[in-house]
Design a protein around this ligand. Structure first.
Ligand code: GLN
Length: 453
């Protein structure tokens, strides 16, 4: 009830939730109370969470923040949200996001922008963006409208909003969480993960979310470790890679200082920073912005007005139905991605763009493999800036894409990446650091993150 009251008070301003499921939440909470009374409490019994509106929830509208799914009520539960329910969690509602998770500022949602609860010192008027695409999840947790939230990360969408909102968030290794029942964006990059106030809370949530699922052919059949226990391992003797290519020209001095501060903390805790090279880093953003739209254009072909979601019928033939539905249903950024994706996949340009991007992706992955022969984890800034005001966002999509410069590499290589709140900038806004680990070694990532936060 406390969380529902907070949502009623603050959500009209923050717009972090698209749908609030108050009655269902109270019913789930009562069921939790009964299980606790019977001594049958699960690991997340009664914990109130927000669910990114990209996870299908049985009987609860799931929009992907798009008009095209504005009336879609799934008849099934995603594996990840089902795992949370199995462990006793209570769902407060569906969190806002960028349309189909495409964006870095939560400005593309068909249900309106999300406001970051943080304010710049001396500037109470400016509305800051929460980052994206999981901006609703991150804002809800930062504003205490949920104890934690599910999120997804295709190219930074867990880690960048977590950093902008001063909370923690982890994108686990590709294959750790099932993608079944999550609205697909770019299937070879998409991973689910939690955002929460602390690294340990993320560890607890991830343990429930993760696990093998035969319904996702890329889900990996490995035991799920006790991530919370790993948080307490310490970092003594660990070698921490510092990639020189992440020192960008023109990076704000305070981001540079924060990074150094993080390395100093780790050194004091017994770890050893080691300079490493990830030579193909400069190709990561262009590679991501070819691979992700290509896969998106294929995944979004299913929204045709026939099978589910919006249908715009005004006479004409089947092709008219497709065209009218898709023109009315998709926003500008989604259309841009579909156009880019179909272009790079087209017969004449496939070799020049998509195939080349796949080759560069392999080189980026190899960079990391070579680095991890020398180090146990890698530390980088999470974002190249603190949260910006919606009005300051450039109209140029490429400028927006630069937000993802430190995060897309982990998606391209399939590696776990954790954003940790690490300090404040001169205006009092949160800044985050990122810990990248080896495949399926989230435990080391959590240990390093815990030593920084
Ligand atoms: N900002 C990136 C994009 O717009 C990442 C999105 C994501 O991770 N879902 O594609």
């Amino acid at each position: 009830r406390a969380h529902l009251d907070a949502i009623a008070a603050l959500n009209p301003r923050l717009n972090a939730y698209i749908t609030v499921t108050a009655e269902q939440a109270l019913a789930q909470a009562r069921a939790s109370d009964e299980r606790i009374a019977r001594g049958e409490a699960g690991p997340l019994e009664g914990i109130p969470l927000a669910i990114k509106d990209l996870f299908c929830t049985k009987g609860v509208r799931t929009t992907a923040a798009s008009r095209i799914l504005g009336n879609f009520v799934p008849p099934y539960e995603s594996t990840v949200s089902g795992n949370l329910l199995r462990d006793g969690a209570v769902f407060l509602g569906k969190a806002n996001l960028d349309e189909f998770a495409m964006g870095s500022a939560n400005l593309t949602s068909a249900f309106g922008a999300v406001e970051n609860p943080w304010k710049r010192a001396g500037d109470p008027e400016a509305k800051l963006v929460p980052g994206g695409s999981s901006g609703g999840s991150a804002a809800a947790v930062a504003a205490r409208l949920a104890l934690g939230a599910t999120a997804t990360d295709t190219g930074g969408s867990i880690r960048q909003p977590a950093a902008f909102c001063g909370i923690a968030g982890i994108k686990p290794t590709y294959g750790r969480c099932s993608r079944w029942g999550i609205v697909a964006f770019a299937s070879s990059l998409d991973q689910a993960g939690p955002v929460a106030r602390t690294v340990e809370d993320c560890a607890i949530l991830l343990r429930s979310m993760a696990g093998f699922d035969p319904k996702d052919s890329t889900s990996v059949d490995l035991p799920v470790p006790d991530f919370a226990a790993a948080c307490e391992r310490g970092v003594k003797g660990l070698r921490i890679g510092v990639p020189r290519e992440y020192r960008l020209d023109g990076m704000p001095a305070e981001i540079e200082r924060l990074w150094q501060q993080g390395l100093d903390w780790l050194r004091e805790a017994g770890a050893e920073p080691v300079e490493i090279s990830l030579p193909h880093t400069k190709y990561a953003l262009p590679t991501y912005y070819i691979v992700a739209p290509a896969e998106a254009s294929s995944n979004l072909a299913r929204y045709d007005g026939v099978r589910f979601g919006l249908r715009v019928e005004q006479g004409g033939d089947l092709k008219d139905l497709y065209e009218r539905t898709r023109a009315a249903g998709f926003g500008a950024e989604v259309r841009r991605r579909i156009l880019i994706g179909t272009y790079v996949l087209s017969a004449g340009y496939y070799d020049a763009y998509y195939l080349k991007a796949q080759k560069v992706r392999a080189l980026i992955r190899r960079d990391f493999e070579q680095a991890f022969a020398e180090v146990d984890a890698i530390l980088t800034p999470a974002t190249p800036s603190a949260a910006f005001a919606a009005g300051e966002a450039s109209d140029d999509p490429v400028t927006m894409y630069l937000n993802d410069v430190f995060t897309v590499t982990a998606n391209l290589a399939g590696l776990p990446g954790l954003a940790v709140p690490a300090g404040l900038d001169a205006k009092g806004l949160p800044l985050g650091l990122q810990v990248i680990g080896q495949p399926f070694d989230e435990e080391t990532v959590f240990a390093v993150g815990r030593a920084i936060e």
